[in-house]
Structure formats: structure tokens, C-alpha cells
Design a protein around this ligand. Structure first.
Ligand SMILES: [Zn+2]
Length: 368
């Protein structure tokens, strides 16, 4: 290798190390690129302190659909901020206890265990599907919201832990019969265990693909409901941020999230880059958003977009105001064009984090 070439490589590494240094400069985010300066959670704790969204340079509120009411919509309208509803698609808690037919079934034919604090549901069970889609229709008709973000959009599992819980489900009668008919496969076996073993042993590829198509079906149906009532309504998803390889491809393999199936029917992806909860460094947020931008070919000016959700709350580790500031910049990397944090209350409780939020959003608002 020539001396010139070696010099070039060293120079490129020096430039690269500056570009990706931990010191985040405002000019790394293009002026006007961040269209959504959001909070996730109720704005009431701020309003109770007489702090308006405008004072914080916030222009969008994301919150659970159960806490949306007329007075919140009224105040949001007054302040000119958008409202997006978080809608728990496949959260089975509160439903499966009274509807055992919707409880996810493991490969031994038994009811799947709860996955730490999360309890999923069988995504093909017709009664549950009808129930959830009815709820979504009611929500979109009741309030003039700007869109809906599907949450818990995955087969029964738990990814928000350093050691995720990744069971093989669902082998209920309905799932196996639907898999057979949609994939033109006859599953032999006398009981659930034999059938599950045969599927995972002989038709694993088709099984994984079919499971992803079930999740795709949920997004398609939700999209139809949202767009029928509100043509310009946004359909977003909160989702596991793992790349294609992590945990042996578990995002696709177990959760059933296939970005190639979802990118044409999803307006906004909101990767849940909760670094503290997942036991990762703040820098991972930036790496993940850079990877994800390439993965779905996201651009701030066209769909599908990325609006990042970062961790602001102090559990299981304390997030200092300085770290929070880093996270805001990291989350705004590459093709991200929106930001929110889990949760707004964690920011309200800390005057320092509130100041950081206001300042960073102020810079993005003025395009500095
Ligand atoms: Zn099932």
C-alpha cells in the first residue's frame, strides 16, 4: 500500500471520528428538517404548571387514546399543536383473561406465560380483531386527531428488556388452520405439540413469513379505518428497533415485523430506542437511527418517515439532563424528521430536562 493511500485512510478516519464524535453540534441537523417536536404523554403536568406547549417549542402531543378528551383537544387546538393517539393494537391484558380463546398458545399447546409486564394476544382470533378495530373506528370518529400510532404491534413477546422474552407462538387451532389455508400447506400431527414441531421443523420459513403477513394485515386494516374517516390522517407504528440480525433475527422471526411488508403501508415509523431500558449506550440511539434510515430508505420530505421516540424517564437508570440532550440529537440523526420522548412527565418533573427540551426544540424550530 502506498504511503499516499495510507495517509488518505488515516485522514478519512480522523474526519469520520470528528463527524461521529459524542459532541453533538446543532448544525448536524439540517434547518427545518425536524417537522415534529413532540412529547409522549399527557401535556397536563405542563399545563398545570402554566407552561404552554408553545413556550416549550412543542408542536405535537402523542398520548394514549384513553386520556384524550374534549378539553384536551380544545386546549391543543388553542395552542395550535397536533394530537396523535397511541393505540395498543395487540396488547391482550384486560381481554384475554375474559376471552381464553384469544390467549396465545405456545408450542406445547399450553397458554403462553405472561412476558414480564406484557401480555399479548392471538392476532388471528376473529373476536379480538373485531373488538380492536371497532375501538379504532370509534376513536377516529370521536376526536379530530391528526393520526394514530399503533403500539404493541407484534406477536406475544417482550423486547423492552436487556434479556428479551421471545416465545414461539401462536399455535392455537385458529392460527394453524389459517396458516394452512393461506399458505396452501397441510399440517400433519395429532396434537398441538406435534403440529408445532412439524411446522417449525419442516416449514419454518413459510411460518415466519406468514406470521409477518398477519401483522401486515393489522396495519392494512387500521390504515383503511384511519384513512376512510380522515384522508390526511397519519398511520404510524411504535416498534421494536432491533436491526435485522439482533437476537438471531428475532424482530422478524418472533415479533413478526417485516419492514419490507410494512414500509408501503406505514406513514411513520417510530422506533422505540429506549437505550436505558434495553441496557445500551446513548450512542446506540444514533447508530440505530442511521441504520434504520438506510433500511427503509427514509427521507424527511416523503413517506415513510421516521419520528424517533427516546427514553427520558429514570428507570432502570437515571437519565441526566445532559444525557437527555444527547439523546435528542442522536434521535434526530440521519433521516429522522420527528422527535418525542417517553415520557413527558419525566421531563416535567425535572426543570433541567424541561430547559433542555425547550432549547433544543427552539433550535430546531428556528432552523439553527
Ligand atoms: Zn392463535
Amino acid at each position: 500500500m502506498s504511503l499516499f493511500l495510507i495517509s488518505c485512510i488515516i485522514l478519512a478516519e480522523i474526519i469520520s471520528s470528528f463527524r461521529f464524535s459524542d459532541h453533538i453540534e446543532a448544525n448536524q441537523v439540517k434547518p427545518g428538517k425536524i417537522e415534529i417536536r413532540g412529547i409522549y404523554g399527557s401535556p397536563n403536568p405542563f399545563w398545570n404548571k402554566n407552561i404552554s406547549m408553545n413556550q416549550l417549542n412543542v408542536n405535537a402531543i402523542f398520548l394514549n387514546w384513553h386520556i384524550i378528551d374534549a378539553s384536551l383537544m380544545e386546549q391543543a387546538k388553542k395552542e395550535g399543536v397536533k394530537v396523535f393517539a397511541e393505540f395498543p393494537a395487540l396488547n391482550g391484558k384486560g381481554y384475554v383473561e375474559n376471552h381464553p380463546e384469544a390467549w396465545p398458545v405456545d408450542r406445547n399447546g399450553k397458554k403462553a406465560d405472561q412476558a414480564s409486564w406484557f401480555m399479548g394476544v392471538c392476532p388471528t382470533e376473529p373476536g379480538f380483531r373485531q373488538f380492536r378495530m371497532n375501538e379504532l373506528s370509534q376513536l377516529i370518529m370521536k376526536y379530530p386527531i391528526n393520526g394514530v400510532f399503533l403500539d404493541y404491534l407484534h406477536w406475544h413477546a417482550q423486547f423492552e428488556e436487556p434479556e428479551p422474552i421471545l416465545p414461539e407462538t401462536c399455535f392455537c387451532e385458529n392460527c394453524i388452520r389459517t396458516f394452512e389455508s393461506e399458505m396452501s400447506i397441510d399440517v400433519p400431527g395429532l396434537d398441538t405439540k406435534e403440529q408445532a414441531d412439524w411446522i417449525l421443523g419442516k416449514k419454518e420459513k413459510q411460518w415466519r413469513e406468514w406470521r409477518c403477513s398477519v401483522i401486515q394485515g393489522w396495519v392494512k386494516d387500521a390504515r383503511t379505518i384511519v384513512k376512510t374517516e380522515k384522508q390526511d390522517g397519519i398511520l404510524g407504528i411504535y416498534h421494536c428497533p432491533w436491526n435485522d440480525d439482533e437476537f438471531n433475527g428475532a424482530r422478524y422471526r418472533i415479533l413478526g415485523l417485516d419492514y419490507d411488508k410494512l414500509r408501503n403501508i406505514t406513514d411513520v415509523f417510530s422506533p422505540m430506542v429506549y437505550h436505558g431500558r434495553m441496557g445500551r449506550k446513548p450512542e446506540w440511539v444514533r447508530e440505530n437511527i442511521e441504520w434504520f434510515t438506510r433500511r427503509i430508505d427514509a427521507k424527511p420530505e416523503s413517506f415513510p418517515k421516521i419520528w424517533t421516540i427516546i427514553q427520558a424517564y429514570d428507570d432502570p437508570v437515571k437519565i441526566s439532563a445532559g444525557e437527555f440532550e444527547k439523546l435528542l440529537w442522536f434521535g434526530a440523526a440521519a433521516g429522522s424528521s420527528g422527535m418525542m420522548m417517553f415520557t413527558s412527565n419525566a421531563v416535567t418533573e425535572s426543570p433541567e430536562k424541561t430547559e433542555v427540551l425547550k432549547n433544543v426544540y427552539g433550535k430546531w424550530k428556528s432552523g439553527k
